[in-house]
Write a protein that binds this ligand. Sequence first.
Ligand code: CU
Length: 373
Amino acid sequence: MAFAPLIQRYGLGILAILSVINLSTAAPFNAALNVADAPCTEPRVRREWRSLNDAEKGEYIGAIKCLMAAAPTGKQYFEPITSRYEDFVAMHVNATGGGVLNTERGFPMGGTTGIHGVGIFYPWHRYTVWQFEETLRNECNYTGAQPYWDWHLDTPEAGGSFVTSPLFDPVTGFGGNGAEDEEDDDEGSRGWGSAFGGFFGGGSGGGCIQDGPFKDIKLHLGPMSTVKVGNERCLTRDFQGASAERSATKANIAKTLAIDTYASFRSSTEGSSGLHNAGHGGMMDVFSSPNDPLFWMHHTQIDRIWAIWQSQSESRLAEMAGTTRAPVTLDSMLWMGFNAPDQPVRTVMDTLNRNGEGFLCYKYDVGIEEFVD
Ligand SMILES: [Cu+2]
């Protein structure tokens, strides 16, 4: 099926709409389009999950369930999509593959395309988290900011532990581990279907999650890059708490924040420091990971780490490096398919849009003081 030309045509359509909107005085239909006149005067404040009260937590979970119950917009491009929530999963699957759909066989997984292991990792995820937050607010009446999961608080040195994280609370959180899967311990294959943890198996779970608000949801995208009808399954998790606790230490985070170039900082986050993997509880399905709502909590923390790194020098608001299909610059486009207009990297460099080139307007409640004395 000729998906790629369809999407290309759609992309051009979006550009046409953009130019019309910019020339008219009509109200923009999407905050992301309202670039020129969007001074950030009242930034939303993103807070750590455990600083929300129970009502706020309930409102956030309820808004996600609302998206999961709402009609999809992308079904014409990705047939398995069943909900507005899965629009976002499909975008991540597709962007991971470089934005080119190759139906049944999925996407080529290479180091020079897509959104992981490449320079565009941070800006692309910043943009998609923002779009998710906007969608919760605009389409599901959510009134708060996107919360984050500070996994450092779940390390023994901070007085916690991964498995007892309040994020996994069955009532006020996202529910806990998947059922123990005996085969998972030696086979290592079950993790391919796990949306959270256990990419290579060997975690303490591996089966369907057992409790919490998402216990009964059905996944339709993935595993991995597969996008085809007929893959309905439960949400699985496979906790690998020890590796998460090793990575999320204050010393390790401080060391990562002390790196002085974006290129090294980015590759350390995704590689040697283990920070990106920390919240994924080990590794998780790199393509369809947003199937698990914890994805957004984790990636907001990852975004916070970038914002904190940026906060150490003004020049970092314009520092970009690395590759996707070509060298990544401030002018590289962030591809969001049917979910949102494509935007150049420069528009998401500053969460407070201080130079007026972007549209973001948020900040984090706690900054570098948490990790650096
Ligand atoms: Cu990702």
